[in-house]
Design a protein around this ligand. Structure first.
Ligand SMILES: Cc1cc2nc3c(=O)[nH]c(=O)nc-3n(C[C@H](O)[C@H](O)[C@H](O)COP(=O)(O)OP(=O)(O)OC[C@H]3O[C@@H](n4cnc5c(N)ncnc54)[C@H](O)[C@@H]3O)c2cc1C
Length: 528
């Protein structure tokens, strides 16, 4: 039970009334508002800036929370401030709150508003831009991670802090599937709010396409329930408009699907076949049934040569997949050096996609976040783009050459291009039906390079130059970029991520967060 805070006269006059209300549980009590506009008691004219929080202010906040406040003086701060990508190890928030309830979230939002400090929501902490950290307060929702599945209505209720591996485990146990992403430690909130591209997306849509309801604490600290009839604009924006822009989601309801038969495959080829592999793959996926999802990986592996791989997931039997693979293999015209085709259950398939197939669910977590976890943080940079249609022979060659060019920049760095098939259900949804605009693509492309603690600064900088070169010279900049691979170096990010949907997103932002409380370098602005 949180202790009741006390107020001195100065604090009371400066706005303790509202803070007192928060302490008494009046803020974010779950009252569902008719609109997301700023509420009267928290309108800008009624907010008195209390200035940067003092240690007493932080203590007072802590006393109102069921969750845990972590300050720089706390023993766990050194670990708790870190994001997944270790290149953000230099970020030092003023505080982190591990919220236990949606009221905790509301109290945090009230606190940052009163003290005019920066805020960022954090779920799995995998933002490519480090945008789930902030110099002010990090509202961490990882403890809001319960998952329940109603197999009669085919609806899963998933806390905003649930990680993908735990989500797949719970759903798999219930015999249900939610299309999601690959990395086991990505948070459901960041994934779903920005889209959610994965191995079942061609058959069942993006994660955000399966989002029915969002429970969110708004910029004014109110608990909103977004569905098709209430706050439908904000629900529209939550389906691909990007995390961190409109409020802090606490819980989602998703449509889930009865489990299909699942077959995985992987084909590897020598690097000298890479051009014909990429060419044949593009033609093949442009004709593929919804049941088939695939990706093509072209990697330069430093001292270990190259990798040319086509892999994927088929909702059907191994024999059905074999017949689909036959024309692809004929078109490639070179023998694969390694072939795998096998039936898997959902959890096993997702663990293979996650790269932790030989680990238990508990072990498929970060060691820093879970005592059984065996995964480590990574350091990488990335850039994304799309293919609108199969590329010409010369452009295909350019894409392959771009991978090999990484060796000219830094011979020992690992990196390359991953092509993920779009199409199917993804493309049958109109581009303005949800905030996720990329509905006419053949494939997404992601360029990445990664490094370890042994990599020299000059190699890391060379990798960055390779990415920049690739973004300007190889990628088709008009084709857009995927907002969940958020890219701090992108200048025209508004149109790249959101296309024509940016105008509606800005209108919703202006209505729901007029004072731009939820802001970061690439957040939806209140004015275009
Ligand atoms: C290794 C790896 C693999 C990936 N694989 C895929 C993939 O297969 N498919 C795919 O689509 N994407 C993939 N991604 C990208 C991933 O979807 C995004 O990075 C996503 O934003 C991460 O979500 P998160 O909750 O882990 O991150 P966070 O860093 O916690 O959040 C990302 C953004 O959402 C905001 N946010 C977090 N929680 C909330 C909340 N409760 N309410 C509102 N806003 C919130 C944050 O402020 C931040 O701006 C991958 C990323 C990594 C690092």
């Amino acid at each position: 039970m949180p202790a009741t805070p006390t107020f001195n006269r100065r604090e009371f006059l400066k706005g303790g009334l509202h803070a007192g209300a928060a302490a008494a549980g009046i803020v974010g009590t779950g009252a569902v508002l008719a609109g997301c506009e700023t509420t009267a008691n928290n309108s800008p004219s009624s907010i008195i800036d209390l200035g940067r929080p003092t240690p007493t202010d932080w203590r007072r906040l802590a006393s109102t929370l069921q969750g845990t406040l972590v300050l720089p003086s706390s023993p766990s701060y050194a670990n708790d401030r870190l994001l997944y990508n270790s290149k953000f190890a230099n970020l030092h928030p003023s505080a982190i709150v591990y919220c236990e309830t949606s009221q905790d979230v509301a109290r945090c939002i009230d606190f940052v508003t009163r003290h005019s400090i920066e805020v960022a929501a954090r779920s799995g902490g995998h933002s490519y831009g480090g945008y789930s950290s902030s110099p002010g307060l990090v509202i961490d929702v990882s403890r809001l991670n319960s998952i329940t599945v109603n197999t009669r209505s085919n609806v899963a209720t998933i806390g905003a802090g649930a990680l993908l591996i735990d989500t797949y485990n719970a759903l798999g146990n219930a015999g249900r599937l939610l299309p999601g992403g690959s990395c086991p430690t990505v948070g459901i909130a960041g994934l779903a709010l920005g889209g959610g591209v994965g191995v079942f997306a061609r058959k069942f849509g993006l994660t955000c396409d399966n989002l029915q309801t969002v429970h969110m604490i708004s910029a004014s600290g109110d608990a909103l329930r977004l569905d098709e009839s209430t706050h439908s604009d904000l629900l529209w924006a939550s389906r691909g408009g990007g995390g961190g822009n409109f409020g802090v989601a606490t819980r989602f309801e998703f449509t889930v699907h009865p489990m299909p038969q699942i077959t995985l495959f992987s084909l590897e080829y020598p690097w000298n076949a890479a051009t014909s592999v990429l060419d044949a793959w593009q033609q093949w996926i442009s004709r593929a049934p919804d049941e088939l999802w695939s990706n093509c990986l072209l990697l330069s592996q430093g001292n270990f040569g190259y990798l040319t791989q086509i892999s994927g997931v088929y909702c059907g039997s191994p024999s059905g997949l074999e017949s689909l693979l036959a024309p692809l293999r004929t078109d490639i015209g070179t023998s694969a050096t390694s072939i795998f085709v096998g039936s898997n259950d959902y959890l096993e398939a997702m663990k293979i996609e996650a790269g932790c197939s030989n680990l238990s669910v508990a072990a498929c977590h970060l060691s820093a976040e879970n005592s059984s976890g065996q995964l480590n943080r990574e350091a990488y940079s990335a850039k994304s783009s799309f293919l609108d249609a199969p590329t010409s022979a010369s452009r295909t060659q350019d894409l392959v050459d771009a991978v090999a060019t990484l060796k000219d920049y830094a011979p020992t760095l690992g990196g390359g291009l991953a092509f993920d098939s779009y199409g199917g259900v993804i493309n049958r949804i109109k581009s303005d039906q949800t905030a996720f605009v990329h509905r006419d693509k053949l494939a997404g492309i992601q360029a990445t390079y990664s490094w370890s603690s042994d990599t020299s600064f000059s190699d890391i900088a060379a990798g960055e130059r390779w990415l920049t070169w690739l973004g300007s010279n190889v990628f088709d900049q008009a084709s857009g970029a995927y907002q969940n691979y958020i890219d701090p170096t992108l200048s025209d990010w508004k149109s790249a991520y959101y296309g024509a949907n940016i105008e509606r997103l800005v209108r919703i932002k202006k209505k729901c967060d007029p004072h731009n409380i939820f802001r970061f370098a690439q957040s939806i602005p209140v004015e275009l």
